[in-house]
Design a protein around this ligand. Structure first.
Ligand code: A2P
Length: 347
């Protein structure tokens, strides 16, 4: 049963928060009131919604009184501090940060893959990492058909995944270089314009980055199969919107490229763009601004049995973040799960 909902967007002035607002609007989300929240820096400014403007409020301890549902995209420390406060106020949280993703109390959900995980939520539902979301949307139907054993993935990730400041940094560096000025790098350790950075997030003890290990661990949690091994290399590239991934998948049973193409063609949330004869394959410039996960370059790996290669592209701000969060919220509404059964679950 749907009821009138008050919805807060935490981080409403950011790249993902703005997209959350426009996704709620675009998909006619059943909200009677939307409250945009951000830091004190943005309090009093406005964000566009439904042809008008909403005034941004400062996120405070009492911001969630009377709020039914909150979509968070304001960084890990904000989620850590405020998501439990929201739950204590009786508000259900869909959180886009990595803070709660591996917490056993929190379902980690991609609606096309594991919507059932929402059933026993305790107030905080985690939205997976952007690169993981688009990969599992494409992997899940193939896993069902032939059982995935191992995935080797390299990502080509857009700067918008880092946030608004990184979008501005790439723009600025391009301008500076065309004006023969020294480009300034503040967000990334090196210049991103006309460059590729094989580091996303910090390095861990095993020499993988945190972003790479997110893909390994989150894939297992979402797909619900601890036997799936994922080895990732995550690379930041000078693209504004749209992550691309080269994915090599080893199955326990044979699966032809033709069959994989047919399976993916009818999979939810997937569009197959795959015809080498007419140079048809997915690219960030076409995936940007779209909702689907695009898959192409599907081919059998002649170096290894039962193995396929494919190329997966999606808008990291849409399916990789805002859209997936709103789809989770839509499921919660459809299944009457916008409620907190235990306000002390994260106390
Ligand atoms: P603000 O614009 O006031 O800094 P992005 O990922 O694009 O950088 O956006 C981050 C979002 O998170 C922005 O809306 C930002 O608000 C918000 N944010 C960052 N830190 C805080 C905080 N401590 N409290 C509330 N919102 C925050």
């Amino acid at each position: 049963m749907s009821r009138p909902l008050t919805v807060a967007v935490v981080g409403a002035t950011g790249a993902v928060g703005r997209e959350m607002l426009s996704t709620l609007e675009r998909r006619n989300f059943p909200a009677t009131r939307i409250i945009p929240l951000a830091s004190s820096r943005s309090a009093g400014t406005t964000v566009p919604y439904m042809g008008g403007e909403l005034t941004v409020q400062e996120l405070k301890d009492d911001s969630f009184n009377g709020v039914d549902l909150a979509l968070f995209s304001a960084g890990g420390s904000t989620s850590l501090a405020f998501a439990p406060k929201a739950v204590a106020a009786g508000c259900t949280v869909v959180d886009n940060s990595s803070t709660w993703r591996m917490d056993p109390r929190c379902p980690l959900v991609v609606p096309e893959v594991n919507p059932q995980a929402l059933q026993n939520h305790q107030g905080i539902i985690a939205n997976p990492n952007c690169s993981t979301i688009q990969m599992v949307v494409a992997l899940a139907p193939l896993h069902k058909a032939a059982g995935i054993r191992r995935v080797v993935v390299s990502t080509y990730q857009a700067v918008s995944g880092t946030g608004q400041k990184a979008i501005e940094e790439l723009e600025m560096q391009v301008r500076q270089m065309f004006n023969l000025q020294e480009p300034e790098a503040k967000v990334y350790p090196y210049r991103i314009a006309f460059n590729c950075l094989p580091q996303i997030d910090v390095f861990l003890d095993n020499d993988y980055t945190k972003e790479e290990m997110k893909m390994t661990e989150e894939t297992v949690k979402i797909m619900g199969d601890a036997n799936i091994k994922v080895s990732a290399t995550a690379v930041r590239v000078p693209v504004f919107y749209g992550h691309a991934e080269s994915v090599n998948i080893e199955f326990s049973k044979p699966l032809s490229a033709k069959d994989a193409r047919a399976i993916l063609s009818s999979a939810p949330g997937v569009q197959v763009y795959d015809n080498p004869e007419i140079k048809l394959y997915p690219m960030p410039i076409e995936a940007a601004g779209e909702d689907e996960v695009f898959v192409g370059r599907i081919r059998e790996d002649f170096t290894n049995p039962n193995t396929l290669n494919m190329w997966v592209v999606a808008d990291n701000i849409r399916k990789g973040a805002a859209l997936n969060a709103v789809q989770i919220a839509e499921r919660l509404v459809a299944e009457d799960l916008v409620r907190v059964t235990n306000r002390k679950a994260f106390a």
